[in-house]
Design a protein around this ligand. Structure first.
Ligand SMILES: Nc1ncnc2c1ncn2[C@@H]1O[C@H](COP(=O)(O)OP(=O)(O)OP(=O)(O)O)[C@@H](O)[C@H]1O
Length: 380
């Protein structure tokens, strides 16, 4: 459905004092640095990354609100942008791209009712493609029902709660039945509880309506919950692209592992390998792990393990791989889980588990790490 190829977007950077004196051109900032991705029909694709990584610029380029330096953007086979050396330039204006957009600030029209807010994008269509009054009313009510706002159709838009206003913004984007929906941090202005419930609602809607969407967020949990696939961005580049579980369980670099959740990192050297079973020697003992990666014996690596994959026990299991002895340093109750930070030699390892297992700091414990849940991360 959406195909982005070799997209580059630069901005004028800050002029350095000395180079300004010499009359030099300001340096260019590569907000988006040659990225490519495809979003299949009906899926929700997330651009995830820290502030300034280029996700909004990518989204705005797709929307037609930013003019890329080069690359191509196609939606459903229609070229919306093509540019760069040698290419014939195409740049369809934003209002002719027919895409749905929802932004962080929901920007509903305050002087209108809920119904009129949603009807407006249809009423202002060019005469040839504008639906009749009856059809507009039907389409508006259908989308209001989906968003569970039908009962509030006559209410003035400003007299809605934050969550209802954001649902209204979504309804307004959906009513034009866009081939592609662009969402830029649509939940970030809401409080934590509402954000969570709308997250699930969005997922349900996306599934039911099968809308192809591009979603921008810096919230890794939101990305994991909502997405069909995720592109993790850093400094204008896509560091890893994959399904949520793949990215969470098999991060391809330390940046992704750290960004997508709290991981434990244990440095070591590959000591042996037999098929997919690796032995990695670390400062605090040997770790056995399964990986399909092809890494030669002698390579320095980092082993990553999620806190929830580390089991803490007060008694020794024996005869299991990766059982390490340590001492509980701290314990934190998180409601549905308990975190223990355990000192093992040089390492401090975080374990997250069932709150039924809560162990006093100072206690000697046994950590068990399942070889299938350890990930080899290339150093660097
Ligand atoms: N209009 C602009 N002029 C100059 N630099 C810009 C402009 N817009 C963005 N940038 C720069 O481009 C880079 C990418 O910005 P972008 O807004 O795409 O990041 P982001 O990942 O969406 O961040 P955030 O989550 O904070 O919105 C940043 O270094 C930013 O400072």
């Amino acid at each position: 459905m959406l195909c982005v190829k070799n997209l580059v977007k630069t901005f004028d950077g800050e002029r350095r004092r000395r180079s300004r004196a010499a009359g030099a051109e300001p340096a260019r900032v590569f907000a988006v640095n040659d990225i490519s991705f495809d979003v299949p029909n009906g899926s929700l694709f997330t651009l995830l990354g820290p502030s300034g990584c280029g996700k909004t610029t990518t989204l705005r380029s797709i929307a037609g609100l930013e003019r890329p330096d080069s690359g191509t953007i196609e939606v459903g086979g229609r070229v919306l942008f093509a540019g760069g050396s040698g290419a014939k330039t195409v740049n369809v204006p934003a209002n002719e791209r027919g895409l749905g957009m929802v932004f962080q600030s929901y920007a509903i029209w305050p002087h209108m009712s809920v119904f009129d807010n949603v009807a407006f994008p249809l009423q202002v269509k060019k005469r040839a493609s504008r639906p009749g009054k009856k059809e507009i009313a039907e389409r508006v009510m259908r989308v209001l029902q989906t968003m569970e706002l039908a009962d509030l159709a006559d209410r003035q838009a400003t007299k809605l709660s934050g969550g209802q206003q954001q649902r209204l913004a979504l309804a307004r984007a959906l009513v034009i039945e866009p081939p592609l929906l662009l969402l830029d941090e649509p939940l970030s202005n809401l409080d934590a509880k509402l954000r969570e419930s709308l997250r699930y609602e969005l997922k349900r809607l996306q599934r039911e309506l099968g809308i192809t969407s591009v979603y921008v967020t810096h919230d890794q949990v939101e990305a994991l919950v909502l997405s069909t696939s995720i592109a993790v961005m850093k400094g204008g580049n896509v560091m890893q692209l994959g399904r949520p579980r793949e990215i969470y369980e098999n991060p391809n670099c330390r940046f992704v592992a750290e960004f997508i959740g709290t991981s434990n990192f244990i440095a070591g050297t590959v000591a042996a390998r037999e098929n997919d079973r690796y032995a990695v020697d670390t400062a605090d003992g040997r770790l056995l792990l399964d990986s399909a990666a092809s890494i030669p014996v002698g390579t320095e690596v980092v082993v990553s393990i999620r806190p929830e994959a580390v089991e803490v026990g007060a008694t020794r299991a024996g005869e299991v791989p990766n059982e390490w002895t340590g001492k509980v340093l701290t314990r934190a109750f998180l409601g549905e889980a308990v975190d223990h930070v355990v000192a093992v030699g040089k390492h401090e390892i975080r374990a997250r588990g069932n709150p039924a297992v809560s162990i006093e700091p100072g206690t000697e414990v046994y950590l068990r790490m399942d070889p299938g849940k350890l990930t080899l991360v290339p150093v660097g």
